[in-house]
Design a protein around this ligand. Structure first.
Ligand SMILES: *[C@@H]1O[C@H](CO)[C@@H](O)[C@H](O)[C@H]1NC(C)=O
Length: 512
């Protein structure tokens, strides 16, 4: 125990020298990006009208903060190498656009590539990191999506890729503006290994397509790169690397396809649910002017978003597949004041037929000995989904017409709402389950998913006597997933056995 703690501290020192420390993406970033629905057809009008809809429909106040311009916004460089926005698409320039977005409470995102050209052939930032980072900062940019096209062969090893992405990180850090850094290198050269010290998120596969279940050979998972990746293919990659996500740095499963028309309602529910539980950034990729009620009520489900924005920042772990149903689960912050963490349980069915599965709590918690003795309430996190008529009313009249239907994270953060057990974040109660021999038996529709939140009542957890353990120095020991270090942290730094204090990044270490 003592030895392990010492090892943890050595790792902390070793990582501190290089870890990214911009304080951003403490929970996965949320927003909208034009690429999935519009490709190169972006413009000032599109961006501002989209932002307006996101604001009016309450999506901004549900957490969708960043409005991101993808590829094809520029038209070249000046003689002093400064990027020029396309004057037809952006007649008032980028500073103006950033000011407009900021005035509406959004963050402003932009795109470039760690290559000589972007993927669509516009100027890339390789070799121009400093001038470009300074230009972005002067426009008020808050977020950079940084692609991997035309990288001049500077890939093929972690050293080559991390050096190329690190050059832009250094330039952003020196720009005088705090800019969220989204690495988009399609999982090449294992960015989940070096990414935490370089960026706030890193893509783990080639681009997503609006497809639930295809095993498309253009997406060579588990290898990196490619394109046309289905939801199921991306999840198969995430299953092997979920443990690398932590506060400040996340596996990015790519932008959402909800609203683009290629999947059924239950497939979009499943897509959104597993992205949320995996702690992927939630970046909408749809045409807001065509948003329909049923897609709105997916994107606007606060009980699912609260899983994504959970203060513990632990991505759900893949457990098993039975009859095409995958079990994913992981800890969430307690919503009852209990010392027992809540748990998210995702049943993801990528087989075509409705299936009833029986899930043992020992599988949910990873082992029998980790199952708490308290009774656990089961909450169905899709149980309080808005009806189509409610969603349509919001789309027609705006969110402010019926404020009680939506959660407002601008007024009350998810962390606060969860600590208060806010009912909008908890779906509906469907029963309870207790102990290592307890099971949850539920039916999952074909190509669909169920999401549950388990929580111990405060009373029952105090009745199971939890003994507070202390170290030899008298310091109290943190339980699993508790914070045990990071910049400014003054709480306990040692963990209860068998957990050790593991560094996630400069400002967060946790007992794992
Ligand atoms: C959410 O709360 C903020 C701050 O109180 C408020 O300005 C905003 O209008 C609210 N949003 C909605 C959709 O009601």
């Amino acid at each position: 125990m003592k030895l392990l703690t010492v090892v943890g501290k050595i790792i902390l020192l070793a990582r501190t020298a290089t870890a990214l420390n911009n304080g951003l993406a403490v929970t996965p970033q949320m927003g909208w990006d034009d690429w999935n629905a519009f490709g190169c057809s972006l413009s000032q009008n599109l961006v501002l009208s989209t932002a307006n809809t996101i604001l009016k429909t309450g999506l901004r106040d549900l957490g969708y903060h960043y409005i991101i311009l993808d590829d094809c916004w520029s038209s070249g460089r000046t003689s002093s190498n400064v990027l020029i926005p396309d004057a037809n698409k952006f007649p008032n320039g980028m500073k103006y656009l950033g000011d407009q977005l900021h005035a509406q409470g959004f963050g402003f995102g932009i795109y470039s590539s760690a290559g000589t050209k972007t993927c669509a052939g516009y100027p890339g930032s390789l070799g121009y990191e400093t001038v470009d980072a300074n230009t972005f900062a002067s426009w008020g940019v808050d977020y950079l999506k940084y692609d991997n096209c035309n990288n001049n062969g500077q890939s093929g090893s972690q050293a080559a890729s991390s050096a190329r992405y690190n050059a832009m990180e250094k330039a952003l850090a020196a720009s005088g503006r705090n800019i969220l850094y989204a690495i988009c290198n399609w999982g090449q050269d294992s960015p989940w290994i070096w990414g935490p010290s370089v960026g706030n998120s890193w893509r783990i596969t080639g681009d997503i397509s609006d497809n639930f279940n295809t095993q498309n050979s253009a997406c060579p998972v588990p290898n990196s790169g490619g394109y046309d990746c289905s939801v199921t293919q991306i999840m198969s990659k995430q299953a092997t690397i979920s443990q690398y996500s932590a506060k400040g740095g996340w596996n990015d499963l790519d932008m959402l396809e909800v609203g683009n028309g290629g999947m059924s309602d239950s497939e979009y529910v499943a897509h959104f649910s597993v992205w949320a539980a995996a702690k992927s950034p939630l970046i909408m990729g749809n045409d807001m002017s065509k948003l329909i009620a049923s897609d709105y009520s997916i994107l606007a489900n606060p009980a699912i978003i609260a899983v994504n924005q959970d203060p513990l920042g632990v991505a759900a772990t893949y457990r098993w597949t039975r009859n095409n149903v995958q079990l994913w689960s992981g800890p969430l912050v307690s919503t009852t004041g209990s010392s027992v963490n809540d748990q998210v349980v995702v049943l993801y069915n990528n087989g075509g037929s409705s299936t009833t599965v029986s899930v043992a709590l020992s599988d949910v918690f990873g082992s029998s000995s980790s199952v708490p003795s308290s009774q656990l309430e089961i909450r169905d996190l899709w149980g309080s989904r808005l009806s189509n008529s409610q969603a349509q009313t919001i789309l027609n009249q705006g969110a402010s017409a019926n404020p009680s239907w939506l959660y407002n994270a601008t007024a009350k953060s998810y962390a606060t709402g969860l600590s208060q057990g806010d009912s909008m974040l908890l779906g509906t109660s469907i029963g309870s389950v207790t102990g290592a021999s307890g099971t949850i038996q539920q039916t999952v529709s074909g190509n669909g998913c169920r999401v549950f939140r388990l929580r111990a009542s405060k009373a029952s957890s105090t009745s199971t006597t939890t003994t507070t353990t202390t170290s030899s120095s008298g310091q109290s020991l943190q339980t699993q997933w508790g914070q045990c270090g990071g910049q400014g942290w003054t709480g306990p730094t040692e963990c209860q056995s068998p957990y050790t204090c593991q560094v996630q990044n400069d400002y967060y270490s946790q007992c794992k």
